[in-house]
Design a protein around this ligand. Sequence first.
Ligand SMILES: Cc1cc2nc3c(=O)[nH]c(=O)nc-3n(C[C@H](O)[C@H](O)[C@H](O)COP(=O)(O)OP(=O)(O)OC[C@H]3O[C@@H](n4cnc5c(N)ncnc54)[C@H](O)[C@@H]3O)c2cc1C
Length: 212
Amino acid sequence: MGTDLDRDYFISRCGAHAFYTPLKIGLSSLPAWQKAVHQERFSINRWIQTYLECTTYEISCPSLRDPALAPEGKTGLIVRTLMDYDLVRQILEEGRYEAFKQLSIDTITQVLNSTIFPGLRDKILYSICSTPVTIERETGNTQGAITGWSFINHPIPSVDQIKKISQSVLTPMDDIYQCRQWTFSPSGLPISILTGKLAADAAMKKLNRTHL
Ligand SMILES: Cc1cc2nc3c(=O)[nH]c(=O)nc-3n(C[C@H](O)[C@H](O)[C@H](O)COP(=O)(O)OP(=O)(O)OC[C@H]3O[C@@H](n4cnc5c(N)ncnc54)[C@H](O)[C@@H]3O)c2cc1C
């Protein structure tokens, strides 16, 4: 969200990074969406609204760390929550994706406006919504996974012990090394960078040895 609010507004309310749960009743109070989806359209929309009222949000304001990231007097907000890929995929296939994104924007705005950010709604300059389907399209990650292998894999199909991380860059082929988020579990940006460095080091070592 781009907002016409000064960074001072957000400093006291959430700071540069915060987790916020608007209601304490918990997501387990909701039935599975698969039960609501086969009813009238209103039911699944109501389910999505209730989910967005009860879920936990991760809120980041990058310009609170670096004011150069937003124009004077304005602040950008990244508001994130988890969402089931299968639900979004089904909505996409039914041709209701744009309406779903607008419903999500409207509900999230309403939730934040009536709780942690009073007056936010009138100050929003624009909102962009991305979903698990967006992440899948942009990154190729299965089901829009935000990072690496699912923890429900037994065994995890990569090196998963930190002591053995140097082995994560090896492949069955002698002269090919690998890196990035799929090469070690659990992953994330630090692991992607670290495995990149380990792979580069391994390649350099091999090249130097070959030259000798
Ligand atoms: C919303 C979100 C929040 C996150 N938060 C955190 C966090 O707080 N901390 C953290 O450590 N990690 C976080 N992550 C995870 C982190 O972003 C990833 O683990 C990391 O970016 C993975 O780096 P990567 O280089 O392996 O893959 P990516 O950054 O996904 O890069 C892969 C690239 O390959 C391209 N590509 C895919 N398929 C092809 C193809 N066939 N041909 C050519 N190009 C292709 C994609 O377009 C993409 O540019 C988050 C991820 C998301 C989505």
